[in-house]
Design a protein around this ligand. Structure first.
Ligand SMILES: [Zn+2]
Length: 361
């Protein structure tokens, strides 16, 4: 069902229709997509000129990136803070066993894969943890933001940034066999804060506690990618306009109408509480029995020297982007900018002191 308030379509492309059609007849790559009438040669040209940023390249982000690269979206930036592990492969469709064996950062593995999938696409992987201090730089100048994150802290930051800079963004989440998605057009639809006035607190199920099946990921990412194609090709009138959720195991599908909240602090009052918040020096990662340590100042570590030092304490491995060391019962992963993920604890204080002892303060 279409929105009541539909944004005006952008003016038609400069390129004469015949010329663009001819161009795409030469390239077979997108022929079936161009045959799809709502996209056609004009929509394809719009996709070619589009810039999309995917925040988080786990299950949802990997699937979105694959679909948008194949569709010929001109520029894709993929931001992720983590590295590929064997337990990811069942549902993270861009990665394979060799990425996991090399502990490649997901941003790097994704960039390599996307370049192989479609050389037309300018794919760029960015290894970073998205925070208040960097999110506006990381997403500035893009036409659309796709949610591939796994936590509400980052989603509220995305919502603040998207509403502030009026960039459409597409929320999505999946856990177990359940998925949920909502498309946000700033000034036209409800935003995430209209739906949830504040970040949910307390225990929430995550893929690490309740598990997840690949088809649930496909379901959400497919709806997100479809919505992305509609926005980028100039067909906002076809957006679904609902808070969509489903459970593909229990065979339930729900569609909720969510109007804008006139008292919403974010989209009505334009107060960007998450963006203006203090960046944490450390945060727990939900349900993963691990803590992430940040440095306030950005630094460049000498990874080779760190690897040598850590080798005194336990088995180490690494690549050009990170060093990993097993210090039973903990596992350290330290990235070049000094950020670290410490597995085996959920206690930020303990993680901080382990970091200070083995990596430095
Ligand atoms: Zn709102």
């Amino acid at each position: 069902m279409a929105f009541k308030t539909v944004r005006k379509k952008s003016p038609p492309m400069e390129m004469p229709m015949e010329a663009s059609a001819e161009k795409f007849v030469v390239s077979e790559k997108y022929s079936r997509q161009i045959l799809f009438a709502p996209i056609g040669p004009e929509g394809q040209e719009r996709l070619r000129q589009a810039k999309v940023v995917i925040v988080g390249c786990g299950a949802l982000g990997a699937a979105q990136a694959s679909m948008l690269a194949r569709a010929g979206v001109g520029r894709l930036r993929i931001i992720d803070r983590d590295y590929v592990e064997e337990s990811n492969l069942q549902r993270q469709f861009l990665f394979d066993e060799s990425d996991a064996a090399q502990r490649l950062p997901k941003a790097v593995a994704a960039e390599q894969k996307l370049r192989r999938i479609n050389t037309d696409v300018q794919a760029e992987g960015v290894i970073a943890d998205v925070q208040a201090a960097n999110i506006e730089d990381l997403t500035g100048g893009f036409d659309l933001i796709l949610d591939g994150t796994d936590n509400f802290e980052t989603r509220f930051l995305l919502n603040d940034t998207a509403v502030k800079h009026r960039i459409p963004w597409i929320y999505g989440a999946v856990v177990s066999s359940y998925g949920i998605t909502f498309t946000i057009l700033p000034d036209h639809t409800a935003c995430l804060s209209c739906l949830l006035p504040s970040s949910p607190v307390g225990l929430q199920e995550t893929c690490d506690t309740a598990g997840v099946i690949g088809p649930a990921v496909s379901g959400v990412s497919t709806i997100q990618a479809s919505e992305a194609l509609k926005i980028l090709s100039g067909h906002e009138e076809n957006l679904h306009g609902k808070l969509l959720s489903f459970d593909i195991w229990q065979n339930r599908l729900q569609q909720l109408t969510c109007p804008r909240d006139p008292a919403c602090l974010t989209c009505s009052k334009r107060q960007f509480r998450y963006l203006e918040g203090e960046a944490p020096t450390h945060i727990s990662m939900c349900g993963r029995n691990s803590v992430q340590i940040h440095q306030r100042d950005s630094r460049q570590l000498n990874l080779a020297a760190l690897k040598e030092r850590l080798a005194q304490f336990g088995p180490v491995q690494g690549n050009a982007y990170l060093v990993q060391c097993r210090l039973d019962p903990y596992e350290f992963t330290v990235f070049q900018d000094g950020r670290a993920i410490i597995k085996g604890t959920q206690d930020p204080g303990l993680a901080r002191s382990l970091y200070a002892r083995y990596v430095g303060s």
